[in-house]
Structure formats: structure tokens, C-alpha cells
Design a protein around this ligand. Sequence first.
Ligand code: SF4
Length: 146
Amino acid sequence: MARQRTNDILAIVRAVYQELTGRPVARNCRERTECCQFQLTGRTPHLTKGEALLAAKAFRATGRRELADAADGICPLLNRLTGRCLIYVDRPFACRTHFCAAAGGPYSRHEVIDLIRRLEDLDVLLQGDGPRKLFPAVSAALDELR
Ligand code: SF4
């Protein structure tokens, strides 16, 4: 993928995240990372193609090359040594809206539906397959960035 095109895509996704940050919806994430343990929550974040490209780019920026799926249901982007998200600044939309109960609970869909639609529209533009589970979505994006 040409560098300028990639940068344009990442800028669109970041603009959506930025707008979300500005919404007056009171939540207080303390990085407890409960939501990063999918076997506990029963939920796995789904990413549109633009989000996956941004997550893949952020993952590469950590110096890592390969993403390994975890058999124990913990997010492959969680650093097990530090207990922190490897890509927190560029974490996917779902990670920004599905808060645990301690942080105030998840956003209602209607609070962010316009932003979801923007990510989905970008997905269509990029000929994505719609929102996909985190591991296959980011793995495919890593291949595309090669
Ligand atoms: S991408 Fe980061 S915030 Fe989202 S589930 Fe994985 S480790 Fe947690």
C-alpha cells in the first residue's frame, strides 16, 4: 500500500477517535485490562479495515513483527509483562467504547453511531469485509503493510 494513501487512511481513523474523545460521555478507564481478557468478558473487539491498519502500524512501531494469537483468550496486543496495551494510543474503537463496569460501563450504540458509520464507510472504501475479530483483522493488516 502506498505510504501517502496509508497515511491518509490513518488520519481519517484518528480523526474519528479524536472526535470520540471529545464526546461528553463520562467514563473513567483505569487500564485494569479486564476488557482485554476476552475469555472473561465473552467479547472480542471487532475492527474495520482502517482501524486494523492503524493498530497494525502501531504494533509495528513497537519493533515487533509477528502477532501471535493467544490460546488463553487474552488480547495478543496486551503486553503480559507490563499488563498494558501495546498500542493504547491507537487502540481500536471497541476498546474505547466498551468500558468495564468499574469504568462506567459501555457506551450506548446510539451515542456513537455516527462515528461507527464513518469507520464502516471507510471500510467499504477500502474494500474491507466489514468489522472482523481483532486477531484476523490485525494479522491481515500487517500483511498488507509489508
Ligand atoms: S487492543 Fe489494547 S485495549 Fe484493546 S483489547 Fe487489546 S490490549 Fe486491550
